[in-house]
Design a protein around this ligand. Structure first.
Ligand SMILES: O=c1ccn([C@H]2C[C@H](O)[C@@H](COP(=O)(O)OP(=O)(O)OP(=O)(O)O)O2)c(=O)[nH]1
Length: 164
C-alpha cells in the first residue's frame, strides 16, 4: 500500500504546504551538475565521476536564480532531506510538467533507512529554464518488507552526514 502525502511529509524536511500532495511530497531543485570525468561501475566497487556545479542566471526580475539548460544529461540534487522509514521503500517520479517540456527525470529505488539529499538524472531534450526551489519531482512511499536497512556509501549524502 502507498502512504498518504501527509505521512510522506513526516519524513521529508523542510517542506511547505504547497509541496504536500495527496499521495506524496514534491521535491525541489537545489543544484544542477554536469559530469566532467568518467565514472566507473565495477563488480565490487563504483566511483562517481567528477562533476561541476553549474551557475544560475537571472532570467527575469522575479527569477534571479534559474538554470538555463540546453540539451543533454544533468545530475540534479534535491533540496529536501529525505529519510526512508523502516518497512517502506521510496520511489521518485518526475513532475509531469517536465515531461510536457521534453525533459525526463530518471530515478532509482530509495531504500529503507536511507537519509540524505538525493540526486537524479535530468534528461533535457529541449532547452528549459528551471528555477532553484522549483518543484521537479514527487516522492512516494510504499509499505515494503526488507532485509536490513540502507548502509551504502550515499548514506547522509549532501547533508554533512557522510561520516555516518
Ligand atoms: O533516484 C534515486 C534513487 C536513490 N537515491 C538514493 C536513495 C538510495 O537508498 C541511495 C542508494 O541508491 P542505490 O542503492 O541504487 O545505490 P548504489 O549505486 O547501489 O550504491 P550503494 O551500493 O552504495 O548503495 O541513493 C537517490 O538519491 N536517487
Amino acid at each position: 500500500m502507498f502512504e498518504s502525502g501527509p505521512f510522506v511529509a513526516e519524513h521529508v524536511s523542510e517542506t511547505d504546504d504547497e509541496q504536500v500532495q495527496p499521495n506524496g511530497v514534491d521535491l525541489t531543485l537545489e543544484a544542477v551538475y554536469e559530469q566532467r570525468e568518467p565514472g566507473r561501475i565495477g563488480r565490487e566497487t563504483k566511483e562517481v565521476g567528477e562533476r561541476q556545479q553549474l551557475e544560475t542566471e537571472q532570467v527575469a526580475d522575479d527569477a534571479p536564480e534559474t538554470y538555463y539548460l540546453t540539451s543533454g544529461g544533468y545530475v540534479v540534487q534535491y533540496a529536501e532531506t529525505v529519510e526512508i522509514p523502516e518497512n517502506h521503500v521510496g520511489y521518485v517520479y518526475p513532475r509531469s510538467s517536465l515531461l510536457r517540456n521534453s525533459c525526463m527525470l530518471n530515478t532509482a529505488v530509495w531504500d529503507a533507512g536511507y537519509e540524505g539529499k538525493g540526486e537524479g538524472l535530468l534528461e533535457v531534450h529541449h532547452d528549459i529554464e528551471i528555477e532553484t526551489g522549483a518543484r521537479i519531482a514527487q516522492l512516494v512511499l510504499a509499505e515494503a518488507d526488507h532485509d536490513g536497512t540502507y548502509a551504502g556509501s550515499y548514506q547522509g549524502e549532501n547533508v554533512g552526514l557522510d561520516e555516518f
